[in-house]
Design a protein around this ligand. Structure first.
Ligand code: ADP
Length: 201
């Protein structure tokens, strides 16, 4: 075996906003780099082009990453088609993906394929959306992972462990059926516990 991870596996880090998911992804990736493993980190791009960027935590640490418009672009990067990552597929030991909830269902077969090929895959993302509903491909990825870490933030109302992300529009709790993208509205998010999470009806 070339490493303890030679069989490949899937690790998923979830929790609400501000729970330290990016921090934990950065910690694990940094250790892999210290161990001289070849690492590629991806996150969703806000536009339709890929570019070099960083995964940054709210506390200020960051690592190099590639922003990609979709799952197909992760595939292309890993097979050496892109200019940002020249690694051959068999040349990457660890693949990290932040904000996994924003990728479509195609993320699932990709990460399973990578794990099958011997890659250590580390995903970080929101397990629930602002309505506390399971978010995108994350629920199935939790089911298929070898390892799951569920982090909590601090509830901004009472200081208890927070498991949910409160969406606020102009300071008021967003309603269940408020559109996910609101043009011109002042939006913010806070970490909340179950009691103080409000999906204003
Ligand atoms: P995530 O990726 O889960 O959004 P980050 O790793 O980016 O989280 O940021 C976690 C950091 O956010 C914490 O270490 C802390 O410094 C800061 N933070 C800000 N608000 C809160 C909160 N309500 N609860 C916990 N940490 C918070």
């Amino acid at each position: 075996l070339k490493s303890p991870y030679a069989g490949g596996h899937l690790e998923v880090i979830v929790g609400p906003m501000f729970s330290g998911k990016s921090e934990e992804l950065i910690r694990r990736v940094t250790r892999a780099v210290i161990a001289r493993q070849r690492v590629a980190v991806f996150k969703p791009a806000l536009d339709d082009r890929y570019h070099a960027t960083q995964v940054a935590s709210h506390a200020g640490r960051s690592i190099e990453a590639v922003a990609v418009p979709d799952v197909q672009a992760i595939r292309a990067q890993l097979s050496g088609e892109g200019q940002l990552l020249s690694a051959e597929p068999e040349g990457v030991d660890v693949v990290g993906i932040d904000e996994a909830q924003f990728f479509g269902p195609q993320l699932i077969p990709l990460v399973l394929e990578l794990a099958e090929r011997g890659v250590r895959v580390i995903l970080a993302g929101l397990d629930m959306d602002f309505r506390a509903e399971p978010f995108g491909p994350v629920p199935e990825l939790l089911a298929r992972a070898e390892s799951v870490e569920k982090l909590t933030a601090i509830c901004t109302v009472c200081g208890a462990p927070a498991t949910r992300s409160q969406r606020l529009i102009a300071g008021q709790p967003a309603r269940f059926d408020d559109p996910v993208v609101l043009v011109g509205a002042q939006e913010s998010y806070e970490a909340r516990c179950r009691i103080h999470h409000d999906i204003g009806v």
